[in-house]
Design a protein around this ligand. Structure first.
Ligand code: ABU
Length: 454
């Protein structure tokens, strides 16, 4: 192990320096990477020390995601306290299925579930950590199906046709889960949204009423707080009233937006979150914890365990389900995703996350101003949170983004809005300052002008 620590220390120092000197790296083609690096596995191994050079080669062609020029995805930056927790989890290598193996880490996970549940308005939530929002949404759907069709776990749908509802702006993991769970993607109903990207409650209710008339079984409504492209928030109060009226499970996909519960204004979108039955919340997005760190929270204790548990005499031997988190998880062997979030939360406190989300939102408002002041750029929507969707009229969005990337200015992604490809800039690195944003938009405007002139 001393050799491992020495190698890691050297490589990490080098990587941190490289992130500064080479902040935007184009993703090389598979052919270019294979031409540079020998990735094949052989019968005979190499000396451990030689691995250092091999890893150096791999690091040099890895896209940079932790610095201020990365605006491409719903994660970014690097939180030193969370990073420390992540490395510690790997060192300790507990598997999070039983108390016997997980020990104190099970208590840490329980403490996080309790706190996150309380913040969302669930008095005594049941929950577990999963590898990503897609998995947490899938887990929510599993519980919803068992709620809508008793005995689903044992006997399947028993002739019923479950239906799931989400907005057209909802994350792709919802229809995906419907496909994976045997509901069928065709039974995932996509509900229209308004100009702001919020699901239309009347359209939702009309779809449910029609399905009931047709003898189908409405099983789950997925409301999204923090949509992937627009960063918009579905309105929980009217949606939960529909869910209650028709006795349908309400899941909130707050994978992305959940952490805005710390923001002084944006937290208003969560004031009715406690009316939901389950919530997905990712800490690897706005909270800046290393990938992946997602939680499924279920309001009524016991339902998650009922839907997930499976007996295994070789595993669950001692203690109660509460302290054996494998009884409420999709996975068997499971890495410890709780410690890194706990480390970060202990260091930052709720107040740190308030400051963090305020910095992100201020940057979004600065970006909005920059676009409104630019002759070359056009805002597509007023930002609901920290996603900025805009275009440069007369300029192909991909050409603009490719120029930003190849000139080493920034890595930014695109998305479809109103049937057009537009820039989707996501501002969730709190180290980015308003002056960084102004420089970024000056560059974007100049490049758009040059491209428009051909
Ligand atoms: N759930 C993460 C989606 C990835 C992205 O849009 O950046």
């Amino acid at each position: 192990m001393p050799q491992a620590l020495r190698i890691l220390n050297t490589l990490m120092e080098e990587h941190l320096a490289a992130e500064k000197s080479d902040p935007v790296r184009e993703t090389l083609t598979p052919q270019a990477i294979r031409a540079k690096l020998d990735l094949d596995l052989r019968a005979t191994g190499i000396p451990f020390e030689d691995l250092k050079d091999e890893l150096r080669g791999i690091m040099a062609v890895t896209p940079v995601t932790a610095n201020k020029s990365f605006y491409n995805q719903l994660y970014g930056g690097r939180d030193p306290s969370a990073f420390t927790g992540e490395v510690m989890s790997t060192l300790l290598n507990t598997s999070m299925y039983t108390y016997k193996i997980g020990g104190v880490h099970v208590l840490i996970e329980l403490a996080l579930v309790k706190r996150m549940g309380e913040i969302m308005g669930f008095e005594d939530a049941e929950g577990t950590f999963l590898p990503g929002g897609s998995m947490s949404n899938l887990a929510g759907m599993v519980v919803a199906l068992n709620n809508a069709i008793p005995g689903y776990k044992t006997n399947g749908p028993q002739g019923k046709i479950p239906r799931v509802y989400t907005s057209i702006e909802g994350h792709y993991s919802v229809p995906k889960a419907a496909g994976l769970l045997g509901v069928g993607q065709a039974n995932c109903v996509k509900i229209a949204v308004d100009e702001r990207g919020q699901m239309l409650p009347q359209a939702l209710e009309a779809a449910i009423v029609q399905d009931l008339k047709d003898g189908l079984t409405p099983a789950m409504i997925n409301a999204t707080t923090g949509t992937t492209v627009l960063g918009a928030f579905d309105q929980i109060a009217p949606i939960s009233a529909i869910a209650r009226k028709h006795n349908v499970w309400l899941h909130i996909d707050a994978a992305y937006g959940g952490s805005f519960v710390f923001h002084p204004e944006l937290k208003a979108h969560f004031k009715d979150a406690g009316l939901a039955d389950s919530i997905t919340w990712d800490a690897h997005k706005v909270m800046g914890v290393p990938l992946t760190c997602s939680v499924i929270l279920v309001k009524k204790k016991g339902l998650l365990t009922q839907a997930m548990s499976q007996s295994a005499s070789y595993l669950f031997q001692r203690g109660t389900d509460e302290y054996n988190p494998g009884t409420r998880n999709l996975q068997c062997g499971r890495r410890n995703s709780a410690l890194k979030l706990w480390c970060a939360w202990r260091v930052h406190g709720d107040q740190g996350y308030t400051k963090r989300t305020q910095a992100m939102r201020n940057n979004a408002l600065t970006a909005q101003e920059c676009i409104q002041d630019s002759k070359q750029l056009k805002l597509i929507r007023v930002p609901e949170s920290i996603n900025i969707c805009f275009e440069a009229p007369g300029v192909d969005t991909d050409d603009l983004l490719d120029a930003m990337l190849s000139d080493g200015d920034a890595m930014i992604g695109h998305a479809q809005v109103d049937g057009r490809t537009v820039v989707r800039l996501v501002l969730l690195n709190p180290e980015v300052s308003p002056s960084d944003i102004r420089v970024l938009f000056a560059t974007l405007s100049a490049k758009a002008e040059a491209l428009a002139k051909g």
